[in-house]
Design a protein around this ligand. Structure first.
Ligand code: C2E
Ligand code: MG
Ligand code: MG
Ligand code: MG
Length: 284
């Protein structure tokens, strides 16, 4: 019977692997379909200037709602897009949509607003000329280069080819942000040797910072170091007032998180900016 049980376990195990694989393949096929029929969308999450309480910029985050499966998180489908060679299509869609939406905000009188756009490691292959794609999209919508920030993770940036591309983007005036900072193999020399405009403190750090004094020390050090290097710090995933006030006290000027707002469709962003402007003109 032991043998039988053992075999049963193997069969179950195989089935689990198969299911994971089938659902991956299914997601890949559905994603292909969604890309072809423009069923993805882009939402934008405010990054708030702590001092003024006003929106400084937004991060573009891709959204996918499937009729059968419902909302599928980018954390789930971006890796699949990478694995099956679809990431450049996702990236191109997000880039075009973001630039179009930002141009609309600028035309509506909010020229000071910028957008951050996430890029995956596989988008930085030599065959996939990011420099041309990104600068073409920005120029197509007559945007200033300075209003677009490209977010990459530290692990991506480990590759020297990636740094070459980022360097070239930066030379045009496009901003560069290191995303999920402190989560990978961080190298502080990256901050000194490369054109980095912002670091983003990862949510996992913010989550435990109120109780964990060693996290506080690290965050404070990073903020001080960055400010001396002229690098902006954005704290991500801020949900509670205690986190917000501690970060502000440490000198972190830019905060992103549900404490202020989730990502939302462009029409809501515009309405929010208009409300902020009204409040401002009443105060003036
Ligand atoms: P990320 O770039 O680090 O984006 C921040 C993520 O944290 C977003 O999740 C955002 O909705 C979430 N977030 C922000 N504030 C809070 C908060 O206060 N609480 C909680 N619980 N979450 C918060 P999202 O949109 O699910 O995206 C997950 C990841 O997927 C992103 O992490 C990014 O790595 C990737 N991603 C999203 N859009 C794109 C895209 O257009 N292209 C690429 N290549 N990757 C993308
Ligand atoms: Mg990001
Ligand atoms: Mg992040
Ligand atoms: Mg992340």
């Amino acid at each position: 019977t032991a043998k039988k049980q053992g075999r049963g376990r193997v069969a179950l195990h195989n089935e689990a692997i198969q299911n994971a694989y089938i659902s991956k393949i299914k997601l890949k096929d559905k994603l292909k379909h969604a890309l072809k029929h423009e069923l993805l969308s882009v939402h934008y999450q405010p990054v708030v200037d702590v001092k003024s309480g006003q929106t400084a910029k937004f991060e573009a985050l891709v959204r996918w709602h499937d009729e059968e499966l419902g909302f599928i998180s980018p954390a789930r489908f971006i890796p699949i897009a990478e694995e099956f060679g679809l990431i450049h299509l996702v990236g191109q869609y997000v880039l075009q949509t973001s630039c179009r939406d930002l141009a609309m905000l600028h035309r509506s009188g909010f020229e000071h607003i910028g957008f951050s756009i996430n890029r995956s490691i596989n988008e930085f292959k030599a065959s996939n000329n990011q420099l041309v794609h990104i600068s073409d999209a920005i120029q197509e919508f007559a945007l200033p280069f300075e209003c677009i920030t490209i977010e990459v993770t530290e692990s991506m940036a480990a590759n020297s080819y990636t740094w070459q591309v980022l360097q070239a983007l930066s030379a045009k005036g496009i901003k560069v942000a290191l995303d999920d900072f402190c989560t990978g193999y961080s190298s502080l020399s990256n901050l000194i040797d490369n054109p980095i405009d912002y670091v983003k403190i990862d949510k996992s750090f913010v989550d435990s910072m109120v109780e964990d004094t060693s996290k506080q020390v690290m965050i404070k050090c990073l903020i001080d170091l960055s400010s001396q290097l002229g690098i902006g710090v954005i704290a991500e995933g801020v949900e509670h007032r205690q986190q917000q006030s501690m970060l502000a006290e440490f000198g972190c000027h830019l905060i992103q998180g549900y404490f202020y707002s989730q990502a939302m469709p462009i029409a809501k962003c515009l309405a929010m900016l208009e409300r902020e402007e009204q409040v401002n003109s009443k105060l003036a």
